[in-house]
Design a protein around this ligand. Structure first.
Ligand code: CS2
Ligand code: MG
Length: 402
């Protein structure tokens, strides 16, 4: 059995996605997601110019060997571009293996550890009243876990809040949006949002929140401590995590659970956070952390330290990544929660998928492989449009963490 074709498809059905499609000599195909929001073409080139030529003629069944070949063989290890490209190859090969075996991916991993996968969505609003309204809508849709984000009085714009009635989408066409940030205003306001959610909806629903890397460790400690009564499921990315030591300080002060890792690419980015039990949930994804092959290693390592998974699942990872993630989630013993932000309608048409949503949970389906495909003819009708993530500045103009 041999790989006879490997092609990269870049499309924009509502937002940009990079997809790798691998074809074998017996006509079986597999697809993988390689989307890196705002830097899509860098990964497309890494695949097209460097990995695809090396895939031709290879045995697609040797997933582990190909992973090692591309990881160790590049000499230049890690990083989001490299690891997203390797992930796309890995996801497509697992898809092919599942199709050959006639089994859904989760069966190849070891079978289901649960009946279904609990997912969380986002409630956002310009003020508390609006956030409570969207929270209520999502609760009525069946969600058992909801993340709350809200505009902050005195701040022009803030992470996680949709513009107008559109779904939240941070990337903007042609040029990065400049947002402003005030830690003082945010820290004064955020506890009021959580208190309002608990006052209205009680404790019988999981409440989450994303700080999106904006605080220093001591500020994050203060936030965690001040909202303990609201019993959040997690606070996400309270401070940037390049310096893993920083989380020790947060941990000394608060028992609010912490989720980190959507920007991580390998186990090495979170080794200390996990080993020292400085976090509770690891958010690495199939796409950005080297595919099923590497994500499985991260999860197994995390299990030893009672750290559970909480995979990133924004609209900027394609439905292919979502499909692969749901198979992984159904299997992984130390599953915590899966993010499901949803997709623009055209994206769901371009990527026919087997997954289903019911009552706040998802299931990857029983189709062999990961159950997500790409309609190439339809994808061709949505050409790439350059887009960037925003940047954040303090009120005096200093560039801050977005
Ligand atoms: C996020 C994302 O889903 C999340 O928790 O932090 O919205 C993130 O900002 C985007 O995926 C960036 O591409
Ligand atoms: Mg996040």
């Amino acid at each position: 059995m041999k790989i006879v074709d490997a092609k990269v498809i870049v499309c924009c059905p509502g937002r940009n996605f990079v997809t790798l499609k691998i074809v074998t000599d017996d006509g079986v195909t597999g697809v993988g997601d390689a989307t890196l929001n705002g830097r899509e073409l860098a990964v497309a080139s890494y695949l097209r110019d460097h990995l695809c030529p090396l895939l031709i003629g290879r045995d697609p069944r040797r997933i582990e060997d190909l992973w090692q070949y591309f990881y160790k063989g590049a000499y230049w290890r890690r990083g989001p571009v490299t690891m997203s490209a390797i992930a796309a190859v890995d996801m497509a090969l697992w898809d092919i293996k599942g199709k050959h075996a006639g089994m859904p991916l989760y069966q190849l991993l070891g079978g289901a550890s649960r009946e279904h996968v609990m997912v969380y969505c986002h409630a956002t609003g310009r003020d508390i009243a609006e956030t409570l309204d969207t929270f209520e809508q999502h609760r009525a849709e069946g969600f058992k876990a909801i993340r709350a984000q809200c505009g902050v009085p005195g701040m022009k714009s803030v992470y996680g809040v949709a513009k107008g009635n559109a779904a939240y989408e941070p990337a903007t066409k042609d040029w990065p949006e400049e947002q402003s940030w005030s830690t003082e205003k945010y820290l004064d306001f955020a506890p009021k949002l959580f208190a309002a959610v608990r006052a209205k909806f009680g404790f019988d629903i999981h409440l989450l929140h994303d700080v999106h890397h904006r605080l220093t460790p001591i500020e994050a400690a203060r936030l965690g401590k001040s909202v303990e009564d609201c019993r959040l499921f997690w606070i996400e990315d309270p401070t940037p995590a390049e310096n893993q030591d920083a989380f020790r300080l947060i941990r000394q002060h608060t028992v609010t659970p912490i989720a980190v890792g959507e920007v991580f690419n390998t186990l090495w980015d979170c080794k200390q956070l996990i080993e020292e039990q400085l976090i509770d949930y690891i958010r690495t994804t199939v796409t950005h952390a080297g595919g099923i092959t590497h994500l499985r290693r991260i999860a197994d390592f995390a299990a030893i330290y009672q750290v559970r998974t909480g995979c990133h699942g924004p609209s900027d990872l394609s439905p292919v990544s979502m499909g692969a993630a749901l198979h992984f989630d159904l299997w992984v013993p130390n599953f915590g929660l899966q993010e499901y932000m949803g997709y623009p309608a055209p994206a769901l048409e371009v990527f026919p998928h087997a997954w289903t949503f019911h009552d706040g949970t998802m299931h990857p389906g029983e189709v062999p492989g990961h159950g997500v495909d790409i309609d190439e003819a339809l994808a061709a009708r949505y050409p790439y449009e350059r887009a960037y993530l925003p940047v954040a500045r303090l009120e005096d103009g200093t560039l801050w963490n977005w």
